[in-house]
Design a protein around this ligand. Structure first.
Ligand SMILES: [Zn+2]
Ligand SMILES: [Zn+2]
Length: 200
């Protein structure tokens, strides 16, 4: 990813399309970055806990550099637009929760309907495009406190991700991270093989 790209561009490129959810994530990522006075993460200086797996998370990954692969993006499947960003260096964390009903306008409802439709007429495609323009303006310019409730929180920042040894599953023969394998008297067994009934 290009370091000199503006945050919004980074997020759009990473996510593949512009949508209201992504833009809300951009606002959260940018707010956290400014509040904590941090730059994009290189080596797990930052950790983000996300409580959703929807569009906004991609803004967190692209802008803050907290990614699934680096292990500094922690997903809790709560279905809530809540992001907690922590800085190891600063020893500080901020929790941002999207306000209930925020960024919900007539335009967002209509945009959602059109987004679900697969074959849009030319008129509908144009309408969707202009709705996105309106939503873009609204989301990117609204006061952050109208969009999110936020507060600094005390957080036990998880340790940096460790690389664990790989062992070989005695059933399928594939490699598996030791901490995810179960040791039996037949040897290590991976989770899918355990679920299939493993060895007898
Ligand atoms: Zn999206
Ligand atoms: Zn296996």
């Amino acid at each position: 990813m290009c370091k000199n790209m503006p945050p919004l561009e980074l997020a759009i490129q990473f996510h593949g399309h512009i949508c209201p959810g992504l833009l809300i994530g951009v606002r959260a990522a940018e707010f956290a970055r400014q509040y904590l006075e941090v730059d994009q993460d290189h080596d797990e200086e930052l950790v983000t806990i996300v409580e959703t797996d929807s569009c906004g998370v991609d803004a967190i990954q692209a802008i803050l550099g907290c990614t699934f692969g680096k292990g500094n993006l922690i997903f809790k499947d709560y279905g809530k637009n809540v992001y907690t960003v922590a800085s190891r260096e600063k020893g500080r964390a901020i929790r941002m929760a999207q306000k209930f009903g925020a960024a919900k306008w007539r335009e967002s409802d209509r945009f959602r309907i059109l987004s679900r439709q697969s074959d849009l007429s030319e008129a509908e495609a144009n309408e969707k495009e202009s709705l996105l323009g309106v939503l873009f303006e609204k989301i990117m310019s609204m006061p952050f406190e109208d969009l999110f409730n936020w507060q600094e929180v005390a957080m036990d920042i998880p340790e940096k991700a460790r690389i664990h040894p790989t062992v070989q599953c005695a059933v399928c023969g594939e490699g598996v991270m030791e901490t995810r394998a179960e040791k039996t008297d037949k040897g290590w067994i991976c989770a899918p093989c355990r679920m299939k009934g493993g060895v007898e």
